[in-house]
Design a protein around this ligand. Structure first.
Ligand SMILES: *[C@@H]1O[C@H](CO)[C@@H](O)[C@H](O)[C@H]1NC(C)=O
Ligand SMILES: *[C@@H]1O[C@H](CO)[C@@H](O)[C@H](O)[C@H]1NC(C)=O
Ligand SMILES: *[C@@H]1O[C@H](CO)[C@@H](O)[C@H](O)[C@H]1NC(C)=O
Ligand SMILES: *[C@@H]1O[C@H](CO)[C@@H](O)[C@H](O)[C@H]1NC(C)=O
Ligand SMILES: *[C@@H]1O[C@H](CO)[C@@H](O)[C@H](O)[C@H]1NC(C)=O
Ligand SMILES: *[C@@H]1O[C@H](CO)[C@@H](O)[C@H](O)[C@H]1NC(C)=O
Ligand SMILES: *[C@@H]1O[C@H](CO)[C@@H](O)[C@H](O)[C@H]1NC(C)=O
Ligand SMILES: *[C@@H]1O[C@H](CO)[C@@H](O)[C@H](O)[C@H]1NC(C)=O
Length: 487
């Protein structure tokens, strides 16, 4: 490695992207306006072409983390480099915005904050290593819609990558990696040593135009991706990997968000692969922001102890208009699960699921009206959730223990449930789930219809020759076409 931070002003008229010098292997990024080129010596092996990526918006300005003193040795902290880089690049937010490239290397860092009109690009050979020191994560207040942290009554450690009140922010890369190094946090959580709630890997609050794509996220201390109080959110081509026994390592949790699309992603985790949320009991009811207009397509999950897609349990701002299709799961506990309880209030309604392909599952359909779990004793047990218009169709299940375990709330039944065209092969006793129950369906306090369901649905879902609904319109977020940007 030769000198970094080597700024040369060169007048060139052509757009330059990568220029590989035989002697020094120089990676040259152009500030096209002003003809300012940054020569950053980096070993981008065998890369002759410009990096291209897809994003909601491209940026006029670029910089590389090493311009700000970053060191990719896996040992040096880059928190200050990220902060300096983003502070610097935030100055051009109103002048076409900027992209910050994390080049190949292992970049240890604590929590840092994003800015608007900004792209964080993590190269394919780059790994962001999350610091394991609590002091590298500032303490922030609990979310207003939760009233307290999920792990502890104190504050929350800010997520590794955090952003609030932003417009147009992209976190992407060439399938580069963000490694939460969560093991130490999981141990502290299990031994109840935490006074504050664990950090997430990525949390974006109060923002619009958010894109998180083309990355591999591993071993978050807790949830991996948490877009909250935001609109126009795109999450695509994401791989999430965490041990199947790691606590609360949910994949993607849209929380009080409007207009979100999740596409072409794959999650293996110790908790729900996707958990759709909107706040907790009295705090969520008061905050009152639903998750709505959410579309999930081509999603694969492995989660032996949790759901492929959970709706709740925190749903006190409401969840409505969720469309999920082309969903694949292997060795997971349940397909699309509704989790709620008296005290949550609000609703889960207008849920549409089709083309669900499940192999080796405890449950295909699971609804739980007695989930419990309250932030504090101040919740109102009379705040009953309304669960209605829940549609499932075109479902294939193999090696399944229980087809449907649908339990509403007494005097507050879950209604207008529609299940059609479902073929489930039950597990033999010798399969993974030894304790196969005798009853493939068990329904209480629910109502609705079924059609062409094998094994035949419970009596509370009588056969009615229907084809359950799925919206025919296209959500606004689904119409957004990404632009091709280059580094
Ligand atoms: C930060 O931005 C300014 C322009 O706003 C620029 O002059 C300066 O060189 C930048 N700092 C670094 C380390 O690149
Ligand atoms: C981001 O860019 C848009 C469009 O150019 C601009 O209107 C907006 O003011 C910029 N945001 C910030 C924070 O500078
Ligand atoms: C990020 O922003 C939040 C909220 O403004 C703040 O509390 C936190 O300290 C910031 N984090 C860093 C690393 O500066
Ligand atoms: C962010 O936006 C929310 C909602 O509009 C507002 O309550 C909060 O004060 C804003 N925070 C900052 C740091 O601007
Ligand atoms: C991204 O990397 C992960 C982990 O190495 C790998 O499993 C996944 O297939 C990769 N995705 C793509 C699209 O290359
Ligand atoms: C995203 O993932 C899908 C499905 O795996 C794949 O077909 C597509 O090429 C990926 N997109 C990019 C830009 O890598
Ligand atoms: C029933 O579901 C299967 C599997 O998803 C699908 O291939 C088939 O076309 C569906 N049948 C009807 C009548 O929709
Ligand atoms: C059926 O579900 C109800 C309510 O959740 C439960 O009390 C009952 O034990 C279940 N029956 C069987 C046979 O599992």
């Amino acid at each position: 490695m030769a000198s970094n931070n080597n700024l040369n002003i060169i007048v060139i008229i052509t757009m330059c992207s990568y220029i590989k010098s035989h002697v020094m292997k120089k990676f040259v990024i152009c500030f096209v306006l002003g003809f300012l080129c940054l020569n950053v010596v980096e070993d981008f092996n065998n890369r002759a072409e410009a990096i291209q990526y897809s994003a909601i918006n491209c940026r006029k300005h670029s910089a590389v983390l090493t311009d700000f003193g970053g060191k990719g040795d896996g040992k040096t902290s880059n928190t200050a480099a990220f902060k300096a880089a983003i502070a610097n690049l935030s100055k051009v937010a109103s002048d076409g915005g900027a992209q910050l490239v994390v080049p190949p290397g292992k970049w240890l860092t604590g929590s840092f904050n994003l800015t608007s009109n900004f792209t964080l690009y993590i190269d394919k050979e780059a790994v962001l290593l999350a610091s394991q020191e609590e002091s590298d994560y500032p303490l922030i207040d609990p979310l207003p819609s939760y009233g307290r942290g999920r792990d502890a009554e104190g504050k929350r450690f800010a997520s590794l990558i955090f952003g609030t009140n932003l417009t147009d922010v992209v976190i992407t890369g060439g399938n580069g990696t963000i490694d939460g190094q969560g093991e130490i946090w999981w141990k502290k959580f299990k031994s109840q040593q935490l006074k504050n709630t664990r950090p997430y890997l990525i949390e974006i609050l109060f923002s619009n135009q958010v894109q998180i794509s083309h990355l591999t996220l591993i071993n978050s201390p807790s949830w991996h991706i948490h877009p909250t109080y935001s609109r126009d959110v795109i999450i695509e081509n994401i791989t999430v990997l965490a041990p199947i026994d790691s606590p609360n390592t949910d994949g993607i949790n849209p929380d009080s968000c409007s207009n979100t699309r999740i596409r072409d992603s794959y999650v293996v985790s110790g908790d729900d692969c996707i958990a759709v949320k909107s706040g907790w009991d009295q705090y969520g009811i008061k905050f009152g922001v639903p998750t709505q207009h959410l579309s999930i397509k081509r999603f694969t999950c492995i989660s032996p102890d949790s759901a492929v897609i959970a709706l709740g349990s925190e749903m006190s701002g409401g969840i409505q208009d969720v469309r999920a299709e082309e969903i694949y799961a292997i060795n997971s506990q349940s397909g699309v699960r509704i989790k709620t309880a008296p005290g949550r209030g609000a609703y889960v309604k207008d849920i549409y699921v089709r083309n669900l392909n499940l192999n080796t599952m405890k449950y295909v359909f699971w609804m739980t009206g007695a989930y419990g779990s309250h932030p504090d004793p101040g919740y109102d047990p009379k705040a009953l959730p309304v669960i209605k218009n829940i549609n499932f169709k075109d479902v294939i299940g193999k090696n399944v223990n229980i087809v449907g375990n649908l339990a509403g709330i007494k005097d507050d039944p879950f209604t207008a449930i529609c299940i059609s065209n479902v073929t489930v092969e039950l597990a033999s006793k010798k399969s993974l789930f030894e304790k196969a129950k005798k009853l493939p369906w068990n329904c209480t306090d629910i109502g609705g219809v079924s059609s062409h369901v094998v094994p035949k649905a419970c009596d509370l879902l009588p056969e009615k020759q229907v084809n359950c609904g799925f919206p025919t319109d296209t959500l606004a977020i689904d119409k957004i076409v990404l632009k091709t940007c280059s580094v």
